[in-house]
Design a protein around this ligand. Structure first.
Ligand code: HEM
Length: 267
């Protein structure tokens, strides 16, 4: 009897030691999902929010550096460093800090925050940062796309982008619709299809995409892409989405905030 108890105690202690030293345990421990708490800040970017919610970048969302993003993007989504050459620099421009930004800084219109995206309303419809959190009404355009099948693809993403743009053309007098935003929207869709689905076919399961976008967490059963996703790998899908979009051309609008470069604010 005592022998059995000793054996049981040994296993309990042994398992405890394994849990403490195993790198796998450490990884799952430190990268579990945790919704933002009081004082934490989040961005208009669903994927950056996921990285913060899983601790791949600071969970507070504050003082995030470019090295944080490069490391977290690679570990969390296997996104390669060249994707951050532009997005990272734009991110810094939204912040008064020298080498970091807070995730909510990124909601500055005209840098990466633009009109007609998939999960947030245009700033015109929700001013003073009320466009920052995920918005189900906006997301319904995407969630109801490609009816009858359980996946999103290049064609459905192009249709969703057209629908979002047409809604803004009809209702947003401050809409900025230029070639840069067409490219940014299409690249964002290509990222979604690549990271959450297949970077070659551009097909992604609705349930996986919807979970990440709505709940800003890594979906159950989803696996980080095996091959690096970066600006080169998403180029074909980005182009394919632009090719099947019915883009009506630019409207010559400009972002009013874009001239107020935060870096010059202290001069
Ligand atoms: C892991 C790498 C990243 C991925 C996969 C990613 C993906 C995306 C996607 C798919 C969207 C579109 C969301 C929507 O349409 O509602 C988006 C939006 C956005 N991303 Fe990221 N992103 C990444 C990193 C970054 C970085 C490094 C920055 C800036 C420092 C950034 C800033 C933004 C902003 C500001 C938006 C909002 C656009 C808007 O709603 O107007 N993202 N991102």
């Amino acid at each position: 009897m005592f022998g059995l108890i000793r054996l049981f105690s040994f296993f309990v202690i042994f398992e405890g030691i394994v849990a403490m030293v195993s790198p796998y345990q450490n990884q799952t421990e430190s990268h579990h999902f945790q919704a933002p708490g009081e004082g934490d800040v989040r961005s208009p970017c669903p994927f950056l929010n996921v990285l913060a919610n899983h601790g791949y970048v600071p969970r507070s969302g504050k003082n995030v550096t470019i090295p944080d993003i490069v490391k977290g993007g690679r570990e969390g989504f296997n996104v390669g460093p060249n994707f951050f050459r532009l997005t990272g620099k734009y991110g810094l421009l939204t912040s008064p800090n020298i080498d970091s930004f807070n995730l909510d800084d990124l909601n500055l219109r005209g840098y990466i925050e633009m009109d007609t995206f998939l999960t947030r309303p245009d700033a015109f419809f929700a001013p003073n940062n009320t466009n920052l959190p995920f918005n189900e009404t906006v997301y319904q355009t995407m969630a109801s796309s490609n009816p009858g099948v359980d996946y999103y693809n290049v064609t459905s993403q192009a249709q969703v982008q057209d629908a979002r743009l047409n809604h803004s053309i009809a209702n947003n007098p401050e809409l900025v619709n230029d070639a840069t935003s067409l490219f940014a929207r299409s690249a964002a869709s290509a990222l979604i299809l690549s990271i959450l689905g297949d970077p070659k076919t551009g097909v992604a399961k609705k349930s996986v995409v919807d979970t990440l976008m709505r709940e800003e967490r890594m979906p159950d059963g989803w696996k980080r892409p095996e091959d690096v996703i970066d600006v080169d790998t998403i180029r074909p899908l980005t182009q394919a989405i632009m090719d099947v979009s019915n883009w009506p051309g630019p409207n010559n609008g400009t972002y009013p905030g874009a001239q107020q470069l935060v870096i010059f604010g202290g001069f």
